[in-house]
Ligand binder design. Structure first.
Ligand SMILES: CCCCCCCCCCCCC/C=C/[C@@H](O)[C@H](COP(=O)(O)O)NC(=O)CCCCC
Ligand SMILES: Nc1ncnc2c1ncn2[C@@H]1O[C@H](COP(=O)(O)OP(=O)(O)O)[C@@H](O)[C@H]1O
Ligand SMILES: [Ca+2]
Length: 567
């Protein structure tokens, strides 16, 4: 066990009260020197100190030095508070002003605290590239960044280069093509779509630099960290990796250099990469909701609730063949009623399993899909039938709409995904399934629902519905995502998708025939795939899970007392 050695200890004043303050290697503690309150010690981990300033300093709403005596210093740190509206813990900027008996002692405290910060927080970012989507969510990205985040970055000495995007995929292209020397990480201010741009940029860039093809099963894991300041409609990636969708909490995770590895699913069509996903690759209900919601983007985040209701009422199901490669059932399973929390042991063990003999967990390594068991045809399991929804998620995908998520026991970084198969059922049954996402009731405890922990998934259409063989390939960075000048790559409802397909000469007669099933009389026989909020241009796909391919400035959900489990 590490011994927490005392570096400096003295008697200090906070306001009118006297405290015994001690800086150990890992903590700053202060205890009131009043017999009645002996047990009232405040303890802040050094890794959670945001800044140390001389004098009495305030930063919010504006930076001011109210009283600059030469015997005072101010410590800013992470302070947790519970959140009334969701389960996670909110982080806020704590501030304590200390007064020393002499200037010499103040200087000693300043020096020791700064040394401690340097020594014990080596992974803090110094320079960040920030992309703001001014149109995401409630269109408040710019204001959120400038009023809540920028002052904290300034206080912590994090410099940033800010790009306010003018088109979809500008952030992705910037990361793929521009000089990134000197940046420790990239940050998006927006929703899951903006995160997805950064994800594609960072993974693509890393493969380019490693001389690898993104179409291959093996990918190089990425060093450049991604930060998310939530300002979108679903904010699922932020919520599932931090526990709340709160800009200040996320800014503080970025500042202290938290690092959370994340599994990524690559989606392929006929051996070409189409897109990456972390939260949802969903066919049927979730695909239809996304396609419908794009026509109601003006509603903002409410578009999903409205479209969800409309699609539910249309009561559709789709035929297909789902095949999956099961993960090792000894390690974990999606119904073990556990939760992936900060420091999760299943994920830690899988770091060893996925990257054995790696002396440094943060250095690049090749993430081989299916490295530790055979990927032979015999291992694939097939399920044929009609489905209300087929969903694959690499993590719990908890979000404000569903605080426990699509798969509450899924892990952020275990190298597996959860495949949820909802077979065709009566409308009330499906409503029960959907409704359970909003409570602690088990959505998998229904006779028409199956969930499997998997390493890969394949989906094919029934023989009569096959995709055209001569269909033009749309692959990542080459048409699958929106082109330069497009307002947003999600501009297509199923109608729009047909138009975009025609523009590109895509011979997809099947989809042209189906059009939109909500307003046209013939219900569609084929749905679309929702890939983290992007409609995929293909129906027959193969998905592979890549363990810990990227790293986020986050630490997973903290074990707050309010963390719920399932009934
Ligand atoms: C009767 C109540 C029904 C409630 C169903 C709740 C199920 C919610 C599960 C949500 C999973 C979300 C997975 C994440 C998806 C996002 O990537 C995607 C794009 O987000 P954004 O960029 O912020 O726009 N969001 C969606 O596809 C929305 C799905 C909403 C389905 C109701
Ligand atoms: N300046 C822009 N104009 C139009 N679309 C943009 C712009 N910047 C980013 N986008 C695209 O907007 C989409 C939605 O953004 P996102 O921030 O995820 O908001 P929301 O959560 O509301 O969907 C993303 O897919 C992104 O590619
Ligand atoms: Ca996982």
């Amino acid at each position: 066990m590490d011994v927490d050695l005392v570096q400096l200890e003295s008697s200090l004043w906070v306001g009118k009260k006297r405290y015994r303050a001690a800086l150990t290697e890992w903590h700053l503690n202060w205890t009131e020197l009043d017999k009645k309150n002996r047990d009232k010690t405040v303890s802040v981990p050094v890794s959670e100190i945001v800044a140390v300033e001389e004098g009495h300093v305030e930063v919010l709403p504006q930076r001011s030095v109210s009283e600059d005596t030469d015997r005072d210093f101010t410590v800013f740190y992470v302070k947790r508070s519970s959140n009334g509206s969701s389960y996670g813990l909110l982080w806020r900027l704590g501030r304590t002003q200390f007064s020393c008996p002499s200037r010499d002692l103040r200087d000693q405290w300043m020096t020791q605290l700064r040394i401690a910060l340097k020594t014990h927080s080596p992974s803090r970012p110094h320079r960040l590239l920030v992309f703001i989507n001014p149109f995401g969510g409630k269109k408040q990205g710019r204001e959120i960044y400038h009023s809540l985040v920028a002052p904290l970055f300034e206080l912590a000495g994090v410099s940033s280069h800010v790009v306010v995007t003018e088109r979809a995929n500008q952030a992705r292209d910037h990361i793929l093509k521009k000089d990134l020397t000197g940046f420790d990480g990239v940050v998006c201010v927006g929703g899951d779509g903006m995160f997805s741009e950064l994800l594609h940029g960072v993974i693509g860039r890393t493969q380019q630099e490693a001389g690898l093809s993104e179409h291959d099963p093996s990918l190089q894991s990425c060093d450049l960290h991604i930060g998310i300041i939530p300002a979108g409609s679903t904010d699922c990636v932020c919520f599932a990796t931090v526990g709340v969708n709160d800009p200040v909490t996320s800014a503080l995770h970025i500042i202290i250099g938290d690092s959370q590895p994340l599994d990524v699913c690559s989606v392929h069509h006929r051996s070409s990469l189409v897109r990456y996903s972390v939260s949802l690759v969903g066919y049927g209900f979730y695909g239809d909701v996304l396609a419908e919601s794009e026509r109601h983007r003006w509603m903002g985040p409410l578009r999903y609730d409205y479209s969800g209701a409309m699609v539910y009422l249309s009561n559709r199901s789709y035929a297909g063949l789902v095949q999956y490669l099961p993960a090792d059932p000894q390690l974990s399973n999606p119904r073990d009623n556990t939760r992936c929390l900060s420091g999760c042991s299943v994920c830690s063990k899988s770091t060893e399993r996925l990257f054995p003999h790696s002396p440094d967990a943060s250095s690049n390594y090749i993430s081989h899909f299916s490295q530790f068991s055979s990927d032979s045809e015999g291992d694939w399991v097939s399920v044929e039938g009609r489905f209300k929804a087929v969903s694959l998620t690499c993590m719990s995908s908890s979000c404000p709409r569903s605080p426990l998520g699509l798969s509450p026991s899924a892990h952020l970084a275990d190298g597996t995904g959860d495949l949820i198969i909802v077979r065709d059922t009566h409308p009330l049954g499906f409503l029960t399934f959907l409704h359970r996402h909003t409570s602690t009731q088990d959505q998998f405890d229904l006779p028409f629902v199956d969930v499997h922990r998997v390493k890969a998934v394949r989906f094919s259409l029934p023989p009569g519905e096959k995709e055209d063989e001569d269909e033009e390939r749309e692959t990542v960075n080459g048409g699958g995502m929106a082109e330069e000048g497009e307002r947003t790559s999600r501009s297509g409802s199923q109608h729009h998708l047909v138009e975009r397909g025609e523009e590109r000469g895509m011979a997809n007669d099947r989809r042209k025939k189906d059009l939109c099933g909500l307003c046209c009389s013939k219900p569609p026989s084929v749905s679309v795939w929702n890939c983290d909020g992007e409609i995929l241009p293909h129906t027959e796909i193969l998905c592979r899970v890549h363990g810990q391919l990227v790293r986020l400035y986050a630490r997973g959900m903290e074990d707050g007392s309010a963390t719920p489990t399932r009934k």
